[in-house]
Unconditional design. Structure first.
Length: 508
């Protein structure tokens, strides 16, 4: 009764929901008066004498200018930035975008943060990585710690999924931050052979595919070779490496006889951006996309590029990535300038044009133009459906389809177009809330990451695939590799699903 009378007399109550804690707790005594605040302190002392729960948040709040991150001695080190952070006012400000909310500590649901979901370690969150970098850049840790092996460990399990860019309330782009970190790290430490090999996968694939493919595939399947790769390079022997194609997609494209299931004349031109994997390892995906697009009445052109630079970006080899990006821009810009759609099959490659190129090549207006015309295969089909320009009818190929979205696709585009396009086949499309598949490009092939990679897959994706009754679909080549490795099932690219429907329609 005494408490109720006082609250009635003063007409107020403490409400942390509205910022009476750290934000405005220092004003409470002026607001509630010394008598009521004295009562609050007595209640706090009676029920919580050890001051463990929210200490000094309400009844003994410090002045607003105490315990600030920015003190008089706050002088962050100045870095030569390899990427353009002008939109964030610099690399330090990009790191400072993390306000400590801890949304990256989700145990499940969504994609952020894949490594924390399986390790439950703070340093494997976006927040943990941001705090570590901040500490090294502001003097809380020795400056040398910024490029230390220990800092590398903190950043190592970031799989560059970009989920934090989409799911974090502050849009902390840890993938971009990691690219910059790796560039500085490799200025102080040798670049591992494995990183160089993965970065140059386009060059290796060109040499290993074609006539040499049977020999190379046999070597890579040899147990002794695999042991050697694990011991000396760090590529897990437990993984099945992608085979190289005897006939790369570019060879098939050059010598094919164009076949169209659409009897109408060609209505428009499109560029098919044939990424490295779908050219030299899984050409069936690029072939399927070509024949589907041609069946819909589109003239397909290849850009003739070498490599988009995505593998180099992911390994922090940014100068090499810049060279690759410039070469790719030279090839793609004439098409973008004419308004011709640039269609990609692999989300991580195509979406590089809409994300990394914009800060990898600052000052060059061409990447923005290319980004405006770069679309995923599913986005392109969905856009044509919306305008009534998609004139190919597809017959059912499965009653049920289980869809797993690629991380970059979910972060930058969403899976709506994929579900819409797959629905053309008449199947019931269900998307699994799987987060990251765990493969993440080369991450799952790296020996020290093999176990955590599988744990990421086993959290949601692989169990769902095992129980799936129908087709399993994933646009990302890494996702399909993880599914095959973890379940023995073959996942299809959306273009392959539409192609199957075309073949049935044609009676093939």
């Amino acid at each position: 009764p005494y408490m109720a009378q006082i609250l009635t007399d003063y007409g107020g109550a403490v409400s942390s929901e509205h910022g009476d804690g750290r934000s405005r707790g220092w004003l409470n005594e002026q607001f509630f008066g010394p008598e009521l605040m004295g009562l609050y302190r007595e209640v706090k002392q009676a029920f919580e004498p050890y001051n463990l729960l929210n200490p000094d948040n309400v009844v003994n709040s410090p002045p607003v200018d105490m315990n600030l991150r920015y003190q008089e001695a706050f002088k962050p080190i100045q870095l030569h930035e390899h990427l353009d952070f002008s939109s964030d006012q610099g690399f330090m400000r990009a790191v400072e975008m993390c306000n400590g909310a801890g949304i990256c500590r989700k145990p499940g649901g969504g994609t952020m943060c894949p490594s924390f979901m399986v390790t439950r370690e703070e340093e494997h969150t976006t927040r943990g990585r941001a705090n570590a970098l901040r500490a090294a850049m502001t003097g809380r840790l020795p400056t040398d710690e910024l490029t230390s092996p220990r800092m590398f460990e903190v950043m190592d399990l970031c799989v560059e999924c970009k989920a934090c860019k989409a799911e974090c309330p502050s849009s902390v782009d840890m993938a971009k931050i990691k690219f910059e970190f790796l560039a500085h790290y490799y200025e102080k430490h040798p670049v591992p052979l494995r990183s160089k090999m993965f970065a140059e996968i386009a060059r290796t694939s060109r040499l290993a595919s074609g006539p040499l493919a049977p020999l190379v595939n046999a070597m890579l399947g040899n147990g002794w070779v695999r042991k050697g790769l694990e011991k000396f390079v760090g590529i897990s022997r437990q993984r099945t490496l992608p085979e190289f194609a005897r006939e790369p997609f570019t060879q098939w494209f050059a010598k094919r006889q164009r076949k169209s299931l659409n009897t109408s004349k060609v209505t428009d031109n499109v560029v098919l951006f044939n990424d490295t994997i779908n050219t030299y390892n899984t050409p069936s995906v690029a072939i399927a996309a070509t024949e589907v697009l041609e069946a819909a009445g589109f003239e397909v052109t290849l850009p003739g590029h070498f490599c988009c630079g995505r593998p180099m970006i992911s390994k922090g080899l940014l100068e090499k990535a810049r060279e690759a990006a410039r070469e790719t821009v030279e090839k793609l810009y004439p098409y973008a300038e004419k308004g011709i759609p640039i269609i990609g099959l692999e989300p991580s490659c195509l979406l590089t044009f809409r994300d990394e190129y914009l800060y990898l090549l600052p000052g060059d207006p061409r990447p923005a133009k290319i980004a405006a015309h770069a679309v995923l295969f599913e986005e392109f089909v969905a856009s044509k459906m919306a305008t009534g320009a998609w004139r190919v009818e597809l017959e059912p190929v499965a009653e049920n389809i289980l869809l797993h979205g690629h991380c970059h696709q979910k972060a930058l585009v969403g899976t709506g177009p994929s579900k819409q396009v797959l629905g053309l086949t008449g199947a019931a499309v269900t998307e699994v809330d799987s987060g990251c598949c765990g493969m993440a490009g080369s991450f799952g092939y790296e020996a020290e990451h093999y176990e955590v990679s599988l744990k990421m897959g086993e959290r949601q994706l692989l169990p769902a695939v095992r129980e799936a009754d129908g087709m399993v679909v994933a646009a990302g080549v890494s996702c399909r590799a993880q599914i095959a490795h973890g379940t023995g099932k073959r996942a299809l690219h959306p273009a392959e699903v539409l192609h199957k429907a075309l073949k049935r329609q044609a009676g093939a």
